[in-house]
Design a protein around this ligand. Sequence first.
Ligand SMILES: Cc1cc2nc3c(=O)[nH]c(=O)nc-3n(C[C@H](O)[C@H](O)[C@H](O)COP(=O)(O)OP(=O)(O)OC[C@H]3O[C@@H](n4cnc5c(N)ncnc54)[C@H](O)[C@@H]3O)c2cc1C
Length: 400
Amino acid sequence: MLKFDPTRCDGCGLCEKSCPFGAITVVYDLAEANELCNLCGACVNVCPRKAITLERKQASAEELARYRGVFIWAECESSHDGLIPRKVAYELLTRGRALADRLGEDLVAVVLGGERLTSIESLAHHGADRIIRAGHSLLDSYTTDGFAHVLAGIIAKERPSIFLFGATPNGRDLAPRIAARLKLGLTADCTSLDIDESGQLLQTRPAFGGNIMASIITPCSRPQMATVRPNVFRAGHGDQGRPVRMEEFPVKLNKAVIRTRIDEKIGVGGSLCERIDEARVIVAAGRGCREPANLDMLRELAGKLGGVLAGSRSIVELGWIPHTLQVGQSGATVAPDLYVAVGISGAVQHIAGMSSSKYIVAINKDPDAPILGIADLAIVGDALEVVPKLLDQLRWRPGI
Ligand SMILES: Cc1cc2nc3c(=O)[nH]c(=O)nc-3n(C[C@H](O)[C@H](O)[C@H](O)COP(=O)(O)OP(=O)(O)OC[C@H]3O[C@@H](n4cnc5c(N)ncnc54)[C@H](O)[C@@H]3O)c2cc1C
């Protein structure tokens, strides 16, 4: 809460000018805050008469200690057999297991879905001590309102100390909605998670356009909430013998809560809508591909290898591909079995997003290009000559 001391404030208006949100007005020589104030504190430091104080509601150590357990939202996707957990759920479990062990708390996977939910026991194999299933036919397809309503209810009942989401499109949509509903903080798009010596979750993410890595803590509220980029943690292999407690969360949900309706699912930009974060093969194009028409042969190569097309930030900025296909620090982090970099120099920001790939092939005409230094197979040559030759080779192999 922002407080103005009327005995000190002389209505100079410096706080009004310094407020980035237009949340302060000076009325009759006295400043006051309106509902736009988000307690950023920018005004406190500029007041020459020390008339402004910021009081944050801070939970006591005893209150914080009542929150226990590392929870993850095990996001599911449709398959032939019904809804199955996405790869990012296993990645969160693998990292969540290490965090829970450090804290001496349970690791809990929360699954939302209807009757068609399958393979959820695999979440136990990847480290979950408990699986909370919230089943309801209205949860078979993702909706912001339905999922936020149910997950907020689970958080309020279970009081976890940490709640993690994958930074997938749905996770990025859902987590802030829940954070706002429960008046919690949220660190978006983390690339690293750890526990510090006082037991706080260290949430690390690129900040200021990727120029620094910021480690953020949430000392005043619980749960500590974060979204985590897919592919920054590698999912473990799983242990079939792990015991697990299966629990049902009684869902109270009716259609009126959900203000949106899914009529049809359509891709954006035809074949360009491929998801790169879970692809096993990626053919990535860089500015060295010269012009967008040349991407056709890369798309063909990706198709032959059973993969998808992606690219560097340069070609996103040139408008050749959408940002959803950008690999790197300010794009997606990927970890395919095979990453073919074509005409990409290998800037640190690009490598940050693909260095976990199992096998890297790089094609570049400059023998000193950094990408060749991290490649398992480095081909020095003109991409416009090398790629057609690769395609020719693949045409002779009918099995591929
Ligand atoms: C804060 C910040 C965040 C960033 N985030 C990202 C990110 O997420 N992802 C990302 O990719 N970049 C990112 N960048 C940009 C990054 O620094 C590089 O500028 C970018 O990756 C370069 O893209 P490129 O390799 O396609 O182009 P270039 O650097 O122009 O390299 C083109 C390469 O193609 C080779 N080449 C040219 N012609 C041919 C040919 N005929 N055949 C074969 N090779 C050829 C050249 O030798 C060269 O190595 C970021 C930068 C900043 C500052």
